[in-house]
Design a protein around this ligand. Structure first.
Ligand code: 4NP
Length: 198
């Protein structure tokens, strides 16, 4: 699912011009001929890509926008399974998110692919199962890009974002609480990668 209008460096476009941006050490690169372009890419991964990862996608994208970094950071999400390809986020996820000001309605489900590990700088799994399945797809040279989103939590000591799909409203609220918390830590990390001050 996409939330940012792709540029000429677009994912999946074999005709795309090489993406200017990060050097080997992850730092922003620009030169006189190439203006700043999205240079750090984050992909959130859950099972179905209709509850947790779309929520993280929407919340983190809003944080990035508020921080004035939308031109530098691209955000997307995907599922380890293909059950909900092309579907909008779960109605419950949309309703809970909207109450906090996040509109997830434009997102559509898609499945994680091995190529995502070429395209993204950071692939963040919501739980251990998501991590294990993503690891099976991940080319060995990109293994360091694959992490748990919970590593970025600031206040919560949860190790995962629990799957809310089969539960009640409290599960969807917890997803939002965890995702908002993790987005703060993740934004700090991304700023460091881009060498952009706060
Ligand atoms: P998500 O939640 O992984 O957070 O999107 C789920 C959505 C759908 C299913 C399971 C979990 N499902 O089994 O269809």
């Amino acid at each position: 699912m996409t939330g940012v209008t792709p540029g000429p460096w677009s994912i999946g476009n074999p005709e795309a011009t090489p993406r200017p941006g990060l050097s080997h050490n992850g730092r922003m690169q620009t030169d006189e001929a190439s203006p700043a372009t999205p240079s750090y890419r984050v992909l959130f991964v859950c099972l179905g890509n209709i509850c947790r990862s779309p929520t993280a996608h929407g919340v983190f994208e809003a944080r990035v926008r508020q921080a004035g970094l939308a031109h530098l950071v691209q955000v997307d999400s995907a599922g380890t399974h293909g059950y909900h390809i092309g579907a909008p986020p779960d109605a419950r996820s949309q309703q809970h998110a909207l109450r906090r000001g996040y509109d997830l309605s434009g997102q559509r489900g898609r499945q994680l692919t091995a190529a995502d590990f070429d395209q993204f700088d950071l692939v963040l799994a919501m739980d251990w199962d998501n991590l294990a399945l993503a690891e099976q797809l991940c080319p060995p040279q990109h293994r360091r890009k694959l992490r748990r989103f919970a590593e970025f939590f600031q206040r919560f000591d949860h190790t995962v974002v629990p799957d809310p799909y089969a539960g009640g409203p409290a599960g969807f609220e917890l997803v939002l609480d965890l995702v908002e918390d993790g987005s703060e830590g993740l934004l700090r990390h991304v700023r460091q990668q881009l060498e952009v001050g706060s």
